[in-house]
Design a binder for this molecule. Structure first.
Ligand SMILES: [Zn+2]
Length: 229
């Protein structure tokens, strides 16, 4: 069988499956045409037969189908309006982020006057269809005002947690001490609820291999935008 002769794309033969992932190692889908590049390295393709759109990130081998919902969010993410004001940028620079990542725990107000006490502004190089299927996706273009949060972990605490060796396994624990009580938390929790006291009053402890209490978690709302803004 000559793989080069396969026409269309996987969607042409699957009754509109909601999720399709496939490899293009043999470049067998001749009807899949390149449309445009978004951001640093996200390529958009479309099937000439069924018009299904796919993205390929970082010239990887995997092509991800964009569902109608994820397509809308994909274009919103890369829209030139999905940026924030200079005023917001200045606040984010003061809050800081560990080297090489772009995540800021903040309080913020949207242009619709909605206030979010626990928000994380996250800049990404690209978005994957799977992360676009979240129902309440927020974009940095919705932000009107950003304020530092008194409950956000300090930059040093976030840096230390992010540098945890366990990060390779998807975990980033940090031990924080106040008044002789040691708590364990994670980089991804970003906040220390005010009932426990101010984040800056906690010192960083070395790892201690005993179970430790954890802070109660807070409901975090994420706002995403492309990293080059
Ligand atoms: Zn197709």
């Amino acid at each position: 069988m000559n793989l080069l002769k396969i026409a269309g794309c996987p969607n042409c033969r699957t009754e509109n499956a909601s999720e399709i992932l496939f490899k293009d190692e043999f470049r067998k889908y001749r009807k899949l045409v390149f449309i445009s590049r978004y951001g640093k390295d996200t390529d958009l393709f479309q099937c000439n037969e069924c018009k299904t759109k796919y993205i390929n990130v970082g010239q990887g081998k995997l092509y991800h189908k964009l569902s109608i919902k994820s397509e809308e969010l994909f274009f919103k993410f890369f829209d030139k309006e999905n940026i924030f004001s200079k005023r917001v940028k200045e606040v984010l620079e003061k809050i800081g982020t560990p080297p090489g990542i772009f995540e800021y725990p903040v309080q913020l107000k949207t242009k619709n006057k909605q206030v979010y006490e626990y928000s994380v502004i996250r800049f990404l190089e690209s978005v994957w269809p799977i992360s676009l299927n979240i129902n309440s996706m927020h974009f940095v273009s919705e932000i009107d005002e950003v304020m530092p949060s008194n409950e956000a972990m300090t930059l040093q605490q976030r840096k230390t947690a992010y540098e945890a060796p366990e990060i390779q396994m998807g975990s980033s624990p940090i031990w924080l001490k106040k008044n002789e009580i040691i708590y364990m938390t994670q980089y991804s929790q970003y906040f220390i609820p005010k009932a426990y006291g101010k984040p800056e009053d906690f010192s960083i402890e070395l790892e201690i291999n005993k179970p430790k209490p954890v802070f109660s978690s807070v409901p975090i709302v994420y706002f995403i935008g492309p990293v080059n803004v």
